[in-house]
Structures are given as C-alpha cells and as structure tokens.
Design a protein around this ligand. Structure first.
Ligand SMILES: [Zn+2]
Length: 439
C-alpha cells in the first residue's frame, strides 16, 4: 500500500516546492493583472507590475483582499464581480459563501479547478488514512457548501464507495453507519458530536461499528484536544481536522496520521501568517492571521485573501515525510464572524440585535470568551454599557441574559458597564475577544 497518494509532489524537496510556487505565483499575478480589472486597479494603485514579482517575498507588495472588498466589488458588478479571470466556457461550478454574515460572496470553479480540487482532496484524504476500499459517509452539506462536493469528487476518484447523505437526516446517518457499515465519516465537529450522542441514545456501541476515520471541518477552531477526544470516543474513530473556506475553496489542508497540524497543499496555495494590525509577516510559530493566495485557481483567483482565521505556520519536517508546511493546532480562532461556545454557534450580529433592543444601552458591546483557570471551563461574557447615567433598571442584566439565551441558544454572562467604557473604532469594531486556552 502506498504511503502517499502522489509521492512526487507530496515529498518534493522544499527548495523545489518554493521554485514551483514562485513560477505559479508569477503566472497568477500576470493573468490577474491582464484579465481582471478588479486586480489591475488594486495592483496599479499599489504600484506593482507583474514583472516586479521576482521572489516569493515580493508577494508583500500586493495588497491583501478582504471578504468585505469582494462583497463590495460583487455588489457593484453583479453577479460575480470583476475578479473572475476565466472564460465563461471554462466555468464549472458556482460556489457562494454561506451568507450567514451578509450577502454571499460568489466564487466559481473552472473545469480545471474542479479537477485540481478533486486531486488535492484525494491527496489529503489519503494522508489521513483513507483508502480505495473505504466506505465514505459524507456528512458535509452538498447544498452550496464547498466541502460536500470536493469530498464527493475525491472519494469517487479514489474509487471509494460513497454514501452522499449530506449534513441533515441524523437518522439516516445512524442507519447507514450500522447497516452499510461506513468506515469514514466527514462532518462538522458539532454534527459529528450530535451523531455520537444519537448513537449513545440508541444504545449503539461505536466500537461495534465499522467506522474507523472521521474528518471534521467547517467550523474553524473547534478541533481542540477535548473535542477530538469526544469525537474519537463517541464514534470509535481516529478524528482528523480538515480545513477550507468558501472564498478560497474546500479541503486544502488536513492533518496526516501524525495529527500534528493541518498540512497545507502548498503546490496550489501560498500560505502567509500576518500580524493582525500591521499586516507584516510573522516568524514561524507566531500566531497571526492566515492569508492565502491561489497559485493555480483559474476562475476566481484570490491574491492574498485575508481569511480572518488565526493560525501559526511551520515548515519543520513532519515525521510522515510530507514536505508541505503545517499549521500546528489547526485554526486557533476567528477574528470575527462566528462564535462557538459550548457547542452552540452564534454571530456577533445576533448579540447586537438583542443589545440594540434596549434603549437603556449604548450601541457598543463586546463578547469575551475565556477559560476559567481553576475549572478549565469556558466562559462567555457579553459586555454592554449604559447609554447614560439616567434610567437604570436594576433587573436589566437578568432580562438581557434571558433574551441572549433565546437568541443564541446558550446563556452568556452579562455585565453592564459605565457609559463610554468600551473602545470605539471608526473602521470595523472588534466584537469578539477570544482568550480561551486551547489545549
Ligand atoms: Zn505529516
């Protein structure tokens, strides 16, 4: 049995890998400059010409691009924005973001993009121990959610038997695990835990199932040691972290059987870790914002996409022999968007909606997540502030907690501060402060 899906590329010496990255980066900048008015305007503004990219470090001259900028571009030039860099005859699939934080950002996979995504997804599945004889029960959504398709295509290419259940119908998942004896499950960690809970309720011993591998992703930052342990015990499997995001694409990083971090697919993606404010590159091992560049994507390439996900990066050799860099610990949190707390997911906007129902409170709020040192239990506190010193109702904290519970599905602590105590920003308010200790 081969150790790798594609030995040549997965074990390519790093200097050769970097040479390939530079060659592909130059190709990508060149075509973005000439074929996309969106990128051309940005590069011209930064005074960068394609021929200025002489080394991988020169990528720093290119401005980063955010989801907000893509969204604005798309609204000005519907339906796809001018960041599409492929002829319509080459388009394969439309993949919008989920839209949970606003208008979905549309991306397109060209036919060659589909082939590349299929190929590297097969590679990362193999890295986690999946083999052609496996029965893959795909619990990632197939409906406008990138990983559903990529796992399906990759499993098909590998020659696996696929049960395309998707992210609903827990009953069917339970049935197929028992009756068809799936050996691999893919799902979000919370859906994986939900399936484990249902198995327990139905009295199914996970050790009696054929399930041996679980790949969990799509929530960013949930693959903590304790989550992994719960998934592994509850489902009787080895659990692996897999990563992707709508704007960049699915399944582009996954743990190998060493379970020591997300291995990136570095022949297709250039990974940077930047300081959240200065946007300067951080040394290996330092936590910063993950910024990703498409080296091969044809249809909607991203040059330095600011993911808002925190990670570290290292190119230290992995015992598995793969030369591609890793992010130990996976995604270490998100700078904005979704909050995951005690199994519930919510967005700052939901807190905002509650806070702003109360005229006694100002517009400001902050969500603080921390780990209590004594118990190791996570705690979520919503900090709000009085609008003024007048009209304070003493029972307001209790009412707020009740409203938050209904809106978020979990009950945070609520603390009302003096008017004006929370920091104001003119750009984008930082609503979430995640100080939780990750194991
Ligand atoms: Zn490895």
């Amino acid at each position: 049995m081969n150790e790798y899906y594609d030995t040549h590329i997965e074990t390519l010496p790093r200097d050769e890998l970097k040479k390939l990255q530079l060659q592909r980066l130059r190709w990508q900048v060149e075509r973005c400059y000439h074929l996309s008015p969106f990128y051309r305007e940005r590069l011209d503004k930064a005074g960068v010409r394609p021929e200025d990219i002489k080394s991988l470090d020169d990528i720093r001259r290119i401005p980063v691009v955010t989801k907000q900028e893509l969204r604005a571009e798309q609204q000005q030039h519907p339906p796809f924005g001018r960041y599409v860099v492929a002829d319509k005859s080459d388009w394969g699939e439309l993949h919008p973001s989920t839209g949970t934080t606003g208008v979905p950002v549309n991306t397109i996979w060209s036919k060659r993009d589909v082939a590349n995504i299929t190929d590297f997804t097969a590679r990362v599945l193999w890295g986690a121990g999946v083999r052609p004889a496996d029965v893959i029960q795909n619990g990632f959504s197939y409906g406008l959610w990138v990983a559903g398709m990529s796992v399906h295509y990759a499993a098909q290419k590998m020659g696996c038997f696929i049960i395309p259940v998707g992210a609903t119908m827990t009953n069917r998942h339970i049935d197929y695990l028992s009756l068809v004896r799936a050996t691999v499950l893919t799902a979000t960690p919370s859906f994986g835990l939900h399936i484990a809970e249902r198995l327990r309720e139905e009295g199914v011993d996970p050790e009696k199932l054929a399930l041996r591998i679980g790949l969990f992703g799509g929530e960013g930052g949930t693959e903590t040691t304790s989550t992994r342990r719960r998934l592994e015990e509850g489902l009787g499997i080895d659990a692996y972290d897999i990563y992707g995001l709508a704007e960049i694409g699915p399944t582009m990083a996954c743990e190998c059987t060493e379970k020591n971090g997300l291995h990136w697919v570095e022949d297709h993606f250039l990974i940077e870790i930047l300081h959240p404010e200065t946007k300067e590159p951080l040394p290996p091992g330092e936590r910063g914002i993950l910024v990703i560049t498409h080296l091969t994507r044809e249809a909607t390439p991203m040059l330095r996409y600011w993911t808002n996900d925190y990670a570290v990066y290292t190119d230290e050799p992995c015992p598995c022999g793969r030369t591609h860099g890793r992010s130990p610990g996976g995604i270490l949190g998100r700078a904005d968007d979704m909050v995951i707390y005690r199994g519930a997911k919510f967005y700052p906007i939901q807190v905002e909606q509650v806070v702003r129902k109360y005229p006694e409170l100002s517009n400001e709020f902050k969500i603080v997540l921390e780990t209590e040192p004594a118990s190791g239990v996570d705690k979520c506190t919503v900090l709000v502030e009085w609008a003024s010193s007048a009209g304070r109702a003493p029972e307001l904290e209790q009412r707020l907690r009740q409203d938050m519970k209904e809106a978020l599905g979990v009950t945070p602590y609520v603390q009302i501060l003096e008017a004006g105590s929370l920091e104001r920003t003119t750009f984008k308010a930082k609503r979430v402060e995640d100080r939780r200790v990750r194991e």
